[in-house]
Design a protein around this ligand. Structure first.
Ligand code: GLY
Length: 361
């Protein structure tokens, strides 16, 4: 088992990555959360697969558990679902010390975290991510929230979990296409923070895609270490944390222009990273081998390299990006593999360059 510490003073916590974690959760809670009851928030799909194993371990340790089953899918990541969770907790006379456990992917994690942040002004919660994307990204760092009809994640809070427990055994039930999509975020960590991780992925990609446990644990732990260092420096995204958004400006615009139906998040991020790296090269920030190596590994991972949407649609979506300030956008560039930087960029120049990217050819 691997353990990564997220050092945030009084809000510090550990991320555990390993096997046999679901039924052994009480061991990890020991000394971190004193609780004789917990509420597990999950969806029917994940609950059907892993709830029993989690509950068995809790029962053996004398911890009572109940479950709150929410509807799966992005369309239910809203305030109505938060209210359902609150109704359940209130019906059970929930107190401020008993934790919630988020069992599932990023949507369940974000919703549960926000419910925990706001119920009785904050109760503890534990992240038990069951997707690769949630393990390397959303379960760590305390971003919680739900969508509003006018935009994704518009309502939320920074609220850190007390523990993250990632059981790589759960990834064997993940559809291969989800592993592939999450690989875009994994490759992102190599691009922004660790040339060695990128090299490792170049040599062990097939093992990771086959969900080999040793390769997965190494990769997930490294991604969490990179994220930990960034979050420790800038918990609330006042500056450097935005580097985690590498590939996301154009990626989000692609998702939005396709009305979230054309590409999975990771697939759109892969396209956004290609564009951002090609832009970095055109502006003279990185050498030509950087976009080439990126495109090769994305291709090997099975991620898309072309978008059928028109550049005009994507430009429109970039223009309404909520992270834009006036005509400038804080853009993430790379100067070599493993090194990225944030620089305000004139939107007009950006629009100009967009049509030249290989993703449109
Ligand atoms: N997913 C980006 C972040 O946690 O900041």
């Amino acid at each position: 088992m691997k353990k990564i510490k997220i050092g945030l003073g009084a809000r510090s916590y550990s991320v555990f990555i390993g096997t046999e974690i679901l039924n052994g959760l009480p061991r990890l809670m020991d000394g971190v959360i004193e609780a004789d009851r917990v509420a597990i928030v999950t969806d029917s799909l994940i609950g059907g697969l892993y709830l029993e194993s989690l509950k068995w371990g809790l029962r053996e340790a004398g911890i009572e558990s109940c479950e709150i089953i929410i509807s799966a899918g992005e369309e239910h990541k809203d305030l109505a679902t938060i209210e359902t969770i609150f109704d359940n907790l209130i019906a059970q006379d929930w107190d401020r010390w008993s934790p919630l456990i988020a069992l599932g992917g990023g949507i369940v994690g974000d919703i549960t975290g926000f419910a925990a942040a706001s119920f009785m002004r904050g109760i503890p919660y534990i992240q038990v991510p069951t997707t690769l994307l949630a393990m390397v990204d959303s379960s760590v760092g305390g971003k919680t929230g739900v969508n509003h009809p006018r935009g994704k994640n518009l309502i939320g809070a920074f609220y850190q979990p007390r523990l993250v427990a990632a059981d790589v055994g759960t990834l064997k039930s993940l559809p291969p296409v989800e592993i592939v999509a999450a690989m875009a975020e994994v490759i992102k960590y190599g691009m922004i923070g660790d040339a060695e991780l990128f090299d490792y992925l170049e040599t062990h990609l097939e093992k990771v895609l086959e969900a080999d446990k040793t390769a997965l644990m190494h990769v997930i732990a490294r991604c969490c270490e990179i994220k930990a260092a960034i979050v420790e420096e800038d918990e609330r995204e006042a500056g450097i944390r935005a580097i985690l958004n590498f590939g996301h400006t154009i990626g989000h615009a692609i998702e939005q222009a396709g009305e979230y139906r054309t590409f999975r998040h990771g697939e759109a991020v892969a396209l956004g990273m290609i564009a951002a790296t090609e832009l970095s090269h055109r502006l003279g920030y990185c050498k030509g081998d950087v976009p080439e190596r990126l495109k090769t590994i994305l291709h090997r991972a099975g991620l898309p390299e072309r978008v059928k949407l028109s550049p005009a649609d994507i430009l429109k979506a970039v223009k309404i990006d909520k992270k834009r300030t006036g005509t400038q956008i804080n853009f993430i560039f790379v100067d070599s593999i493993g090194k990225a930087f944030i620089k305000p960029f004139e939107l007009e120049n950006y629009l100009d360059k967009l049509t030249q990217f290989s993703i449109f050819r």
